[in-house]
Ligand binder design. Structure first.
Ligand code: ARG
Length: 342
């Protein structure tokens, strides 16, 4: 396929560069979504950051249709599909054995989903006033959460310096997006109209106006994946009743980044694997076999510290939430067994 040499730097290996042929470039260049989002905006981050692996963001739900000649092959390759996808969601309560009851390996479990609201541009293309509207709408909805989901919203607008420092120390707020998000436009007007909601027990968190309108997170210092998932499964229907989430039948829940569509779920653990640290290739092979992804200790594109790996699902599309959890459980079980035997 003919690449467009004028658009992407030579060094770039991102998926968008691979699939942006001259023909597609010409066809999509003059096109805009109803909210005015263009191809140039969509691929700006990929052009600016030569080390992008994907290189494209959606500015609104419609981007996935308007720019489908580019999004489709990128999505097919990233998510491993060659044919039509019919995404179905299945979020029910689950019950799986606790993986590491003594906490020898698994330090914590975190499951998040991304959600965006219908009718609002996505964070790389939204105006400040619409961000404000969105924040208000989401805040109102969060007050409906009851029992152990009940909590408090900390708006970055109003929270004091001291409180912000404390939240940062406890790893309870999100920071300004990285250079990939920055080039996409996601950081515009930061920190205005951003905030985090925490349940009083700190095990349920919602990020507002980060890479997606909502990042809904359940987390615990445990290896009890079911408990973490069930909390999320309890919260999501309440939010869904009151917020209209962007969804399409092919790609499921729509997100800013095409890696996050489908279930838009990342379920993972922080796991200490001292033996595997000396044998990373083996770990990567095992993770691959279970469709798991390995990230650095402090998140995406960071290093491994004290042998603590962040291991999570790689598949999010064409697979249900429950299946993802089962695969993660099976994969981690086999990783822990292998670590013991090394
Ligand atoms: N845009 C970046 C890239 O292409 C990040 C992709 C996945 N990460 C994310 N936070 N959406 O490498």
């Amino acid at each position: 396929m003919l690449l467009n040499p004028s658009v992407f730097p030579k060094e770039s290996n991102c998926l968008v560069k691979k699939y942006l042929s001259q023909k597609i470039y010409k066809a999509l260049k003059p096109v805009k979504t109803d909210s005015g989002f263009t191809l140039a905006q969509a691929i700006h981050s990929g052009i600016k950051n030569q080390d992008s692996s994907i290189g494209i963001y959606a500015g609104d739900a419609q981007s996935y249709d308007t720019f489908s000649p580019l999004f489709d092959p990128v999505i097919h390759e990233y998510h491993g599909f060659s044919k039509n996808i019919n995404h179905k969601s299945n979020i029910g309560q689950i019950s799986l054995p606790i993986l590491d009851p003594e906490g020898k390996y698994i330090k914590s479990t975190r499951i998040r989903v991304a959600r965006n609201l219908k009718g609002f541009s996505f964070p790389c293309h939204i105006t400040l006033s619409r961000r404000r509207e969105l924040e208000k709408k989401i805040m109102a909805c969060l007050t409906l959460l009851k029992n152990n989901l009940k909590g408090k919203y900390y708006s970055f607008n109003h929270v004091s310096e001291k409180e912000l420092e404390r939240l940062k120390k406890e790893n309870l707020i999100f920071e300004k997006g990285d250079r990939f998000q920055d080039a996409a436009g996601i950081n515009s007007d930061f920190p205005k109209c951003r905030g985090v909601f925490h349940s009083f027990d700190k095990q349920f968190v919602v990020w507002v106006n980060e890479e997606d309108h909502l990042r809904i997170i359940s987390l615990e210092k445990t290896s009890d994946i079911s408990s973490v998932f069930n909390r999320l499964a309890k919260a999501l229907p309440i939010l869904k009743q009151n917020l209209d989430f962007a969804w399409n039948n092919t790609y499921g829940y729509l997100a800013s980044c095409p890696t996050n569509i489908g279930t838009s779920m990342r379920a993972g653990v922080h796991i200490q694997l001292k033996k595997f640290e000396q044998n990373k290739d083996l770990l990567h092979n095992l993770a691959q076999a279970y469709h798991l992804q390995i990230r650095g200790t402090c998140g995406e594109k960071t290093k491994i510290r004290h042998a603590v790996f962040d291991i999570s699902n790689r598949q999010r599309l064409g697979i249900s939430e429950s299946e993802i959890i089962q695969n993660l459980h099976a994969g981690l079980l086999s990783i822990i067994t292998a670590e013991k035997n090394l």
